[in-house]
Design a protein around this ligand. Structure first.
Ligand code: ZN
Length: 310
């Protein structure tokens, strides 16, 4: 009987500050799942990593007087060390500044351009710099982002950038979620996504103008790739080397944007289970050296479990 394949990912985290307990919560939960499936003889690929191309990371680096590249290198290392201390058995730790990810994102964008999925237009609207997300007036409460109601994070943007024809994929996405219920589980999440789609999909801005940090838009140095589009592609680029090494595709991730990438990029897709881990309230951060000082002790405990870990 063929070995059952199981592709497992965490979300990737912004590296604008040190890792917190909320980071370890997701890492440990995902690690437990990975180990569970390995014990049952499944061929597991466990992907985790860091989301590094956001404007707010560039700002955090500048606020500390650091070069942004040096800042993300330093922070990403802290996240990797935290994962090591806790014996997280990932197969790849992807950074969205990794060369193969940058090339992969630009490959997808070139495919969209070839497919006629991208056009230039003017975006005018509201943007939360902390969420790195576009909002409508009706999404705000007292003029503030509901996730960042304690501070003023909303900017009014008017800029020329590139739009993706999301509306073109309305029917294809509806059909996908309706005809293949196994693609997204549990049912509550599938219904939530179908609800977004059925309310009508609008074309979305997928680039930002005049930024000095981020993945350059192919053939247009004045634009960088919108960070969410770049980040979500990691669930594909993170496994490409593995696919090439084994000669078979095995994508198992995607809410709305990932299947969209796959439909628009003609990539194959499989079954997806949505994680239930919300971000919740911000928990204390692991700023101090204490957890990392325990590294040897944790390493020993991982070795003692012999055969389960990597
Ligand atoms: Zn926000």
């Amino acid at each position: 009987m063929a070995t059952q394949k199981f592709y497992l990912t965490t979300a990737i985290v912004y590296v604008n500050d040190a890792p917190g307990l909320h980071y370890l919560y997701e890492q440990i939960g995902t690690d437990a799942l990975a180990r569970f499936h390995r014990q049952r003889g499944r061929d597991v690929f466990f992907l985790t990593g860091t989301d590094e191309n956001a404007t707010k990371i560039d700002r955090a680096a500048k606020a500390k007087g650091e070069d942004t590249r040096a800042f993300v290198d330093r922070l990403a290392e802290l996240y990797k060390r935290a994962a090591k201390v806790y014996g997280i058995s990932y197969d790849r730790f992807i950074r969205t500044t990794d060369a193969d990810h940058v090339e992969g994102v630009q490959w997808f964008i070139r495919r969209w351009i070839e497919n006629g999925d991208v056009y230039e237009s003017t975006y005018e609207g509201l943007y939360c710099v902390s969420c790195e997300a576009f909002y409508e007036e009706t999404d705000l409460v007292s003029g503030r982002c509901t996730f960042h109601s304690d501070r003023d994070t909303i900017q009014r943007l008017k800029e020329k950038n590139y739009f993706f024809r999301l509306s073109k994929y309305q029917k294809a996405l509806e059909d996908l979620y309706r005809d293949h219920p196994e693609f997204c589980e549990p049912e509550t999440r599938r219904n939530e996504v179908l609800g977004w789609i059925q309310r009508g999909l609008k074309d979305i801005s997928v680039s930002r103008r005049g930024l000095t940090w981020g993945i350059p838009w192919p053939e247009d140095p004045t634009q960088t790739v919108y960070v969410w589009f770049d980040a979500l592609i990691n669930y594909v680029t993170g496994v490409v080397q593995e696919v090439l090494a084994r000669g078979r595709p095995r994508h198992r991730e995607g809410h709305l944007t990932v299947p969209l990438h796959l439909l628009a990029g003609d990539a194959p897709f499989g079954r997806h289970r949505a994680a239930e881990a919300g971000l919740g309230p911000r928990l204390p951060e692991l700023r101090g050296p204490a957890p990392l000082e325990d590294e040897r002790q944790h390493d020993r405990s991982v070795r003692c479990r012999g055969g389960v870990g990597r």
